[in-house]
Write a protein that binds this ligand. Structure first.
Ligand code: ADP
Ligand code: MG
Length: 249
C-alpha cells in the first residue's frame, strides 16, 4: 500500500529545474533509497515532500491526504519526519531534553486521530522520549550535554529527534556522511532496526552503494531532476542508463 505518492512534482529555481516532473510511490514499510549524482535534486525532492520548499508544480499525497503546500510542522504532525544533520540539536541542552522538546513540539495540535490514544499527556511525551532514546542507543547518555557527544552520537541524536514525533515515514539525507566506518556500521544497523522494530517507512539518500544494496528494498535514481530508474537493487545495478549517469559506465 502506498504511504507516499508524488505526481508531477516539479521545482524550478529561476531557470534551473531542480526536480522535474517526478512521479514516485513509496510503499508503507519499505526502505527506499534515492541515489543520483551531486545536484540531481535529491535534497530538493525531500524538502518538497517535507514542506521545507514549495513545489512549482505537482502534488504530494501522504497516507491518502493531499499535503501539497502544507507547512513543515503540519507535515510532521501528520507523521512525516526528516533527520536534519546536526543542525537541529540544541547543544546546551541534554540528550534527553533535546528529544523531549521535539516530542512536545510534535504533540501540539496533532492531526492524527490516534493521537489521544497514543499520547494523551506528558507521560506520553516521557514514554516516547525514552523509547526513542533507547532505539538510537542514547538512553545511557540521556543526561549528557548534547555538545559533548562524539560526532557519531550527535548524528544518532539527530535521528532520535526526528523519531520524537513518532513518524510513520522518516527521511534521511545522507545519514552516514562524515562518519567513521564504525559509526557508519552502527547507523546502518540502526536504520535496519528502525524498520524492523518500529515498522517505519524509510526514504534515504545515500552515496555508499554497499550500504544501499544492504538495506534498500527499492532504489529510485534521479538524474538532472528526473527519475531515470525506479526498481530493485539488482535491476538498478543492471540498468545501462543508470550505469552511464551514475555508476560511471
Ligand atoms: P542533490 O541533493 O541531489 O545533490 P540538490 O537537490 O541539493 O541536489 O540540488 C539540485 C539542484 O538545485 C542543484 O543544481 C542545486 O544547485 C540547485 N538548488 C538547490 N537548492 C537551491 C536553491 N535554494 N536555490 C537555487 N538553486 C538551488
Ligand atoms: Mg543533497
Amino acid at each position: 500500500m502506498a504511504i507516499l505518492e508524488t505526481h508531477g512534482l516539479t521545482k524550478r529555481f529561476g531557470g534551473l529545474t531542480a526536480v522535474d516532473d517526478v512521479d514516485l510511490t513509496v510503499d508503507a514499510g519499505e526502505t527506499r533509497a534515492i541515489i543520483g549524482p551531486n545536484g540531481a535534486g535529491k535534497s530538493t525532492f525531500i524538502n518538497l515532500v517535507t514542506g521545507l520548499l514549495q513545489p512549482t508544480e505537482g502534488s504530494v499525497t501522504f497516507d491518502g491526504t493531499d499535503i501539497t503546500g502544507q507547512e513543515p510542522h503540519e507535515i510532521v504532525q501528520r507523521g512525516v519526519s526528516k533527520s536534519f544533520q546536526t543542525a537541529s540539536i540544541f547543544p546546551e541542552m541534554t540528550v534527553r531534553e533535546n528529544v523531549q522538546m521535539a516530542a512536545m513540539a510534535a504533540e501540539r495540535g496533532s492531526f492524527r486521530f490516534d493521537f489521544l490514544k497514543r499520547r494523551d499527556s506528558f507521560t506520553g511525551v516521557y514514554d516516547t522520549t525514552e523509547e526513542m532514546l533507547r532505539a538510537v542507543e542514547l538512553w545511557g547518555d540521556r543526561d549528557t550535554n548534547a555538545a559533548s557527544l562524539p560526532y557519531g552520537d550527535k548524528r544518532r541524536l539527530e535521528i532520535g529527534i526526528a523519531l520524537a514525533s513518532e513518524p510513520d515515514l522518516l527521511f534521511m539525507d545522507e545519514p552516514t556522511a562524515g562518519m567513521s566506518p564504525e559509526e557508519t556500521d552502527a547507523t546502518v544497523d540502526l536504520v535496519e532496526r528502525l524498520q524492523d522494530e518500529l515498522g517505519l517507512t524509510i526514504v534515504l539518500v545515500e552515496h555508499d552503494m554497499e550500504i544501499i544494496f544492504r538495506i534498500a528494498d527499492r532504489i529510485a535514481v534521479l538524474n538532472r531532476g528526473s527519475v531515470i530508474a525506479d526498481a530493485t537493487p539488482d535491476e538498478v545495478q543492471g540498468d545501462p542508463d543508470v550505469q552511464e549517469a551514475y555508476l560511471g559506465g
